[in-house]
Every structure is written in structure tokens, then in C-alpha cells.
Design a protein around this ligand. Structure first.
Ligand code: PMT
Length: 403
């Protein structure tokens, strides 16, 4: 995969992380990429345009209101002008402008004019990043096909600890590379993925559930789709919106997930079950709200079908990948599930570890295979964990095709 000869526009906005964009320019230029830097007015408060001009060996664009600005925008945004628009760091303000379609400076105008893939790497204070307005704007952009990288979690310029740091330079370069030189090694595959929790009603207002947010499964769906697979995502209730280009089937209960998976199984060449399914459901949910009493309440729970086990029995030529969420004795328990459910791979995560499992942006996993292999991955963003899992699926497919 070579980036030589590719052209990107790098938008730099007014965050303290603007100095890290200098590193980005160096990384791209070293890889043979032509980088045209566009700076907002506030970005110039943090880093001088001359720094970027020197490293990129190109004039830095800063001003919308020059005589030839319109021609420049057309030139830079046109298909033969740039292969990608990358904005790093992207502030809350820039993200809001992009989401709302405002065009009151050069970068936001360029964003509206570009027809090429766009990558945004947000950087801001934790509380700003968590604000519903920012989250909604990011979600809106994601739904329009913009690739969002990060932010990372750690210590911020304000001294606060939390999400908001610009993602690692390597991660941003990797995301840009995937869009500049897409790997289509899953072309021809139909990947069926489950994600999120299931909800098992007790009555019309209460339910039993698991703590899954869906992030792991959605990252897998995005990765599989990006690599050329027709991707079907069966999702329990989550706050996430369907990844662009993925067919998403929303379900609530384990029984509904069971039906949806079996309905689509015949099409699937790969099944990955990242959902945290409730093992039990209430035998007889009440028709109306259970009233509070001063006495213990006993609920009768019945087992839900083990969807993955059933998929394993109908495996055929399919590649089947399960997850194991454990709080101890990780490898032994995961290995038992790998064998009992006839899986090719199982991704074991100890959900009692910091940064692993439910709800977090990262995961810490060990991948076991049916040949006895054990691969331990470091703590990584879920999208990178997804990339490793899909790499393993591609490896298995190549192996199966050879024998
Ligand atoms: O969604 P996130 O917040 O990102 O969190 C990710 C995750 C922790 C949910 C994910 O990494 C994970 O571990 N998913 C599997 C959780 C789980 O249910 O593990 P389990 O060990 O109970 O189940 C083993 C496997 O059988 C899983 O692939 C599960 O999807 C499947 N299963 C379980 C029960 C059941 N009735 N049917 C199933 O198919």
C-alpha cells in the first residue's frame, strides 16, 4: 500500500493540539503525500502558517476573502485537486459549522465544496466533548459518512482527565490511509454482526439487560464494510446510529435477535457475535406495571436460546467468531466457549479490567483460535481491535481457500 502521489488537504483549527498537526504534516510528507494546509484564523493563534508552509513546501491557505479565493476553493476541492480532506485538530466550533453547513470561512466553505472523503480528528476539553450538542453534531457528520477518529482519553491541557485529546498521530494517519488506499480484502463476503445488549421485559416499564453499549460491534461493522463486505448488523438497543453503508436491523429482546440472525444466516459467509445477550428472560412478563409491595418479589427466569451455539451447529463453510465477556479465568472459560460453540475464533475480554469491555472506547482482548493459537492484544481503541479481528477473519478465509 503506497501513499506516494496522493494529495490531501489538512484543515487545522484553533486548538492547543494544533502543534500536533505539524507532526501530521511531517508524517504525510515523508510518505510522499502532497499536503495543502488550510488554517482557520484561530489556528494561527497557536501555530504560525510559516511552520506549515515550510514543512509542506506549499503555500498555506488562510483567507476566504481574497480575489482568487473562489478559484482556489474550486481547485483544492475538485476531484483532481485532493483525494481527502482531513481536519486535525477539529474544534467543537469547526464541528458545529460542518454539521450545520455554515460556510463563513475558508475551511468551512471548503468542507461544503468537497466531494472527497473527509476525516475529522476532534480535540477539545472533556466537558465540551461530552456536551450533547457536540455529540449530536458528531453523530450527524458520522451519519453523512464522515470518518471520526478519536478523541483519545488522557490528561488535557486544562489539567482535566478524560476524552478530548487529539487521537494519536499514527491512528489519524492510519484512518486517512484506509480512505486513500482502501483495502477491499472482504469483497464478496457477507458479514453478519451482532452488537449491543438485549432487553428482556419484566413489565411494560422495566427490563433485564446487560451493560453493552454496542461500540465494539458497530466498530466491527464499520471495519467490515470499509473492507468491502456487504455488512448486516443486528443491533440491540443502543444510542449509536447505524454506520453509513451497513444494513442495520434493530431488535430488542434475545428472541428477536435469535429470529433476525437465523433469518439472515443463509446469506452470511462470516458471523461475528459481539452482542451481550441476556442469558435469561422473564417467563411471564406482566401486562401492566408491577406494583410496589412490602414483600420480596420472585421472578421466574427461563433460558434464552444460545444464538451463537445454534449458528455453530449450522456452520457449514462459514467463519464464525464469538466473544467471551468474563470477570476471571479468562482463557479457560473462553476456550470452553470456543469449543462448545464450534467457533473459529473467540475474542475474550476480561470486562473487570480498566478500559476493557462495556461502554469504553477501548478494549483489551485475547483472541483464541480453534487451532490452539492465543494472541494477546494491547489496550486499543475498539476500531483497532475490530481491524485485528477482521485481519484474522481474512487470514482464515485465505487459509480455507488454500486447503
Ligand atoms: O458493546 P460494548 O459496550 O462495546 O461492549 C463490548 C462487549 C463487552 C459487549 C463485547 O466485547 C463482548 O464481550 N461481547 C460478548 C458479551 C457476552 O455476552 O459474552 P458471553 O460470554 O456471555 O457470550 C459468549 C458468546 O455467545 C458471545 O459471542 C454472545 O454474543 C453469544 N451468546 C450468548 C448468549 C446467548 N443467549 N446467545 C449468544 O449468542
Amino acid at each position: 500500500m503506497t501513499l506516494q502521489g496522493k494529495k490531501i488537504v489538512l484543515g487545522v483549527t484553533g486548538s492547543i493540539a494544533a502543534y500536533k498537526a505539524v507532526e501530521l504534516v511531517r508524517a504525510f510528507v515523508t510518505a510522499g503525500v502532497s499536503v495543502r494546509v488550510v488554517m482557520t484564523e484561530s489556528a494561527q493563534q497557536f501555530v504560525a502558517p510559516l511552520t506549515f508552509a515550510t514543512l509542506s513546501r506549499q503555500e498555506v491557505m488562510t483567507d476566504l476573502f481574497t480575489l482568487d479565493a473562489e478559484a482556489k476553493i474550486r481547485h483544492v476541492a475538485a476531484p483532481d485537486g485532493a483525494d481527502l480532506l482531513l481536519v486535525a485538530p477539529a474544534t467543537a466550533n469547526a464541528i458545529a459549522k460542518f454539521a450545520q453547513g455554515l460556510a463563513d470561512d475558508l475551511l468551512s466553505t471548503l468542507f461544503l465544496a468537497t466531494t472527497q472523503p473527509v476525516v475529522l480528528a476532534p480535540a477539545m476539553d472533556t466537558d465540551m466533548y461530552r456536551h450533547l450538542a457536540v455529540q449530536e453534531n458528531l453523530e450527524r457528520l458520522r451519519n453523512r459518512g464522515v470518518r471520526i477518529v478519536g478523541p483519545a482519553t488522557g490528561e488535557l491541557a486544562s489539567g482535566l482527565l478524560g476524552p478530548g485529546r487529539l487521537a494519536d498521530i499514527g491512528e489519524i494517519v492510519q484512518a486517512a490511509t484506509e480512505l486513500l488506499c482502501p483495502t477491499r480484502d472482504l469483497r464478496g463476503e457477507v458479514v453478519l454482526i451482532t452488537a449491543g445488549p438485549t432487553r428482556e421485559p419484566l413489565d411494560p416499564v422495566r427490563y433485564l439487560s446487560t451493560r453493552a453499549s454496542g461500540k465494539m460491534g458497530y466498530a466491527l461493522a464499520e471495519e467490515a464494510m470499509t473492507r468491502g463486505a456487504r455488512t448486516i448488523l443486528v443491533s440491540g438497543p443502543t444510542a449509536l446510529s447505524s454506520p453509513h453503508g451497513v444494513e442495520c436491523i434493530r431488535v430488542e429482546t434475545a428472541l428477536q435477535m435469535h429470529t433476525a440472525v437465523l433469518d439472515r444466516l443463509a446469506e452470511a459467509t462470516v458471523v461475528i457475535k459481539a452482542a451481550a445477550v441476556s442469558d435469561y428472560r422473564v417467563a411471564q412478563p406482566a401486562d401492566s406495571k408491577l406494583t410496589k409491595r412490602d414483600a420480596p418479589l420472585t421472578l421466574e427466569l427461563v433460558p434464552n436460546p444460545d444464538i451463537l451455539k445454534e449458528v455453530g451447529t449450522k456452520k457449514g463453510e462459514r467463519i464464525v467468531v464469538g466473544f467471551a465477556a468474563e470477570t476471571g479465568d479468562l482463557i479457560r472459560r473462553a476456550h470452553r466457549k470456543l469449543t462448545a460453540k464450534r467457533l473459529d475464533l473467540i475474542v475474550a475480554n476480561d470486562v473487570s479490567q480498566e478500559g476493557a469491555g462495556f461502554g469504553s472506547e477501548t478494549n483489551l482482548v485475547v483472541i483464541l483460535d480453534s487451532g490452539g493459537g492465543v494472541e494477546e492484544l494491547p489496550l486499543l481503541p475498539k476500531r483497532q481491535v475490530a481491524r485485528h479481528i477482521i485481519d484474522r477473519v481474512v487470514g482464515l478465509r485465505q487459509h480455507k481457500d488454500r486447503v
